[in-house]
Design a protein around this ligand. Structure first.
Ligand code: AMP
Length: 432
């Protein structure tokens, strides 16, 4: 019986994984430039971690978590996002003691949400992102938003739209929630079941509802901007001004609330306007400021700001920008054994050239010239090296350039030098 992949999961095969590798490399180099250090936290955490951070009013906690009891009867959850684990780790390891603030961490890894699979939405997906903790300055928000923007431009993405909003400080949010509750209570009878629950737990979440008739009701709801304190408004404006001075355009979106309960203050999302015929995969990344999360998880009272991108969505929108150049290159040399004795010779030649940093492939079978050529072409090799009885007798190797078709014989004693020269000239010809 054939066993299929679990619904909502996907295998990342060779050409695709190359793209993940490239995006991750660009991200890592960029994160290092800003002083972020890598953190790797477990995929499984105690369930209460997410109840307390992502929040009981959120769709993630209500409907999307992979939660199970382990054999010891503990409730365990596969992480649906990364921030909570990173902050838990900082707390567990007291990573803030004797450290210069702010702390800067970057991460990358799989997350799990039981969502309805569709374009850009999986049940196992990958996030990469950063957390900055221990600065109260608006410049911390600016740094993180800028880093995200730079990643997108380093990937080569155009049409980037950054949406920004402020969820306000405690006081602003408390007043706003009261106003929302009053407004939605009048309409709740005609709203979806989820909104009934949201109204009780966190009416802000209703602003995120995707049910078309509820969206109509949301349109006339009280506006967040009318409830923001002067300090919150001032901070949002300062962030927008600083980004503008760096040449980064942002667009205020009053309905942007984000799906996680821990955000306070400035929140933001990155979108790419889809081209004709392409799916709109929604936000490719997002993040925001969280004033109290670390403290609520038992850590010190340090404010933070974080950002995370979904790698699947990044790669989907980057297809054109990244092109084919990120596909795997073929080997520099394919070593063909034309007789039994050549197999062991080729083993040592291959090892020898790999030590010189060359990419060598061979298969451990005796082949005819024709069949070896076919294999080398299939692998997209630059050169094929033939070793048969004559070559062994004369201590030489026959090498053919598979692009120019030029064939030559080199002495085994010159293999290292000649092989490097051939590759060097191959690239020179390619660039001419
Ligand atoms: P969030 O943690 O909800 O703020 O999500 C951050 C980013 O993760 C989003 O902008 C998406 O790019 C990505 N993401 C979230 N959920 C999924 C999913 N189910 N499948 C693929 N990517 C996702």
């Amino acid at each position: 019986m054939e066993i299929n992949p679990v619904k909502g999961t996907h295998d990342i095969l060779e050409d695709e994984s190359r793209k993940y590798y490239e995006v991750e490399s660009l991200f890592r180099s960029l994160a290092f430039l800003y002083g972020y250090k890598e953190i790797r936290t477990p995929i499984i955490e105690h369930t209460p971690l997410f109840l307390r951070s992502v929040g009981e009013g959120s769709d993630i906690v209500n409907k999307e978590m992979y939660t199970f009891d382990d054999k010891g009867g503990r409730s365990i959850t596969l992480r649906p996002e990364m921030t909570a684990g990173v902050l838990r780790s900082i707390t567990s390891n007291k990573a803030y003691v004797n450290k210069e603030l702010p702390l800067r961490y970057f991460y990358n890894g799989p997350c799990f949400r039981y969502e309805r699979p569709q374009a850009g939405r999986y049940r196992q997906f990958h996030q990469l992102g950063v957390e900055l903790l221990g600065s109260t300055s608006y410049l911390a928000d600016v740094e993180v938003i800028t880093l995200g923007y730079k990643l997108l431009s380093n990937i080569g993405l155009k049409n980037v739209k950054i949406k920004i909003n402020s969820l306000g400080d405690d006081e602003s949010r408390a007043n706003y929630k009261v106003a929302l509750k009053e407004y939605f209570t009048k309409h709740i009878d005609s709203m979806c079941e989820d909104c009934h629950h949201r109204l009780e737990v966190n009416p802000l979440r209703i602003l995120d509802c995707k049910v078309p008739s509820d969206i109509e009701i949301v349109k006339d709801a009280p506006r967040m901007s009318d409830y923001l304190s002067e300090a919150s408004k001032d901070r949002l404006n300062k962030v927008i001004d600083a980004l503008t001075s760096l040449g980064i355009e942002v667009e205020r979106d009053e309905n942007l609330v984000r799906g996680l309960d821990y955000y306070t203050g400035v929140v933001f999302e990155y979108h790419i306007t889809p081209k004709e015929g392409e799916n709109d995969v929604g936000a490719i990344g997002g993040g925001g400021h969280y004033a109290k999360l670390l403290k609520e998880l038992g850590g010190p009272d340090l404010e933070g700001v974080g950002l995370s991108f979904g790698e699947e969505r990044l790669i989907y929108v980057s297809k054109e920008a990244m092109g084919e150049s990120y596909n795997y290159e073929g080997p520099d040399f394919y070593f063909a054994s034309l007789c039994e004795e050549a197999l062991s010779k080729n083993l040592s030649y291959s090892e020898y050239l790999r030590n010189a940093g060359l990419h060598i492939e061979t298969n451990y079978e005796v082949k005819s010239v024709k069949s070896a050529l076919k294999s080398a072409l299939k692998l997209n090799a630059k050169f094929i090296a033939f070793v048969g009885e004559d070559e062994i007798k004369n201590k030489v190797i026959t090498i053919k350039n598979l692009k120019s078709q030029v064939q030559q014989t080199i002495k085994v004693e010159n293999l290292y030098r000649n092989a490097l020269e051939l590759i060097d000239n191959y690239y020179k010809d390619l660039n001419n």
